[in-house]
Design a protein around this ligand. Sequence first.
Ligand SMILES: Cc1ncc(COP(=O)(O)O)c(C=O)c1O
Length: 414
Amino acid sequence: MEKIIVPLCRPDIDESDIARVVETLRSGWITTGLRVREFEQALAAWLGVSHVVCLNSATAGMELVLRVLGVGVGDEVITTIYTYAATANIIRHLGARAVLVDTLRDDFAIDPDAVARALGPRTKAIIPVDFAGWPCDYTALAALVRSARSGFSPTAANPWQEKIGRPVILADAAHSLGSRYAGERVPLGADFAVYSFHAVKNLTTAEGGAVAYRSHSFGSAADADAFARQLRLMALHGQSKDALAKLDAANWEYDIEMCGYKHNMTDMQAALGIGQLARYDAQLARRRTLAERYHQELRGARCIHPAWLESAGGARASDVPRHESSYHLYPLRLEGYGLPERNDLIARLAEDGIAANVHFKPLPLFTAYRDEYSIANYPNGYAHYVHEITLPLWPGMSERQMDWVIARVNALAR
Ligand SMILES: Cc1ncc(COP(=O)(O)O)c(C=O)c1O
């Protein structure tokens, strides 16, 4: 049997991307400048929101949103155990407490009932994670934060918390660029959505991220503009003018308004992102076609497919039909598997040239988290972890590679 090499994912970079990056390299301006502004505007139009601020990662985006909101020592932020460490690490960077809750039993998403139990007077934010690209239940989460209005006490001297007047929903949308929740690319129930353009993501700038939001949480467009300015200031050492503005003749002088951070996106990264976004609709369609093939052709009795593919058309049968995944990952679960069988399957697929992976190892299993959180309190997330393998999925995957993965998984996972 001739083995076929199938990586887990590959960035989709075409000649036009390369040309655009080279053009930027030759332009004489490579750090944050006009290309970043162009990418932000294109993203805002495509996402259907008023504001997008690009940064050097989703991690930076989530952390800066919470910093501008004044979240810190004495505060709590609720998130899920079923995520990459970035989501919870940033809460600790702020000095706040990460209140970790479990997922649903049949779905990788955060359990709104568990969030309801965790909500308290110290809660300043909830970070739901759109795992693999499938949106969380933003209707339920938005109802929860609305109901928390009466017990909410804003951090002293933070104008944003006072204006919003309740805990915010900050969607960790690292996986979900192009997902839809009730038809919207950025769910109406989310105050902010933060995207990742890391090398393995659906749309990449090698490293990069974006914060997207509408004015409605703030009440006025001017306040929403002021929030964007604050994010940009904090992303560049609190410097009142960015490097491009300072280049104008006789416009060198600037202030440092606060001790900010260094999280800006470069024009080289944005140049890559602009081309990727231009053909992203086609990439999404291709991802969906591949995911539907897995769904139809992996037919082992033990295969539990992602719930969002259970009905034709990519929407969950029992749910509002206008939800849609971005098909970032294909997380297959194997009924009745334990850790040794799951790990053995990954090893055997590797022998066949196929790179499978696991998303995610729940946070309480890591050294940095296990002292504070016990995995015994998270039975749903733990069960997902034990049963899950992530299969290769990227738009450039050939039919031959797809056939090979399907044949080997069907042969090995029975
Ligand atoms: C769920 C989730 N959140 C956040 C991040 C962090 O993204 P970035 O690497 O852009 O900071 C990742 C990256 O893998 C992720 O998977």
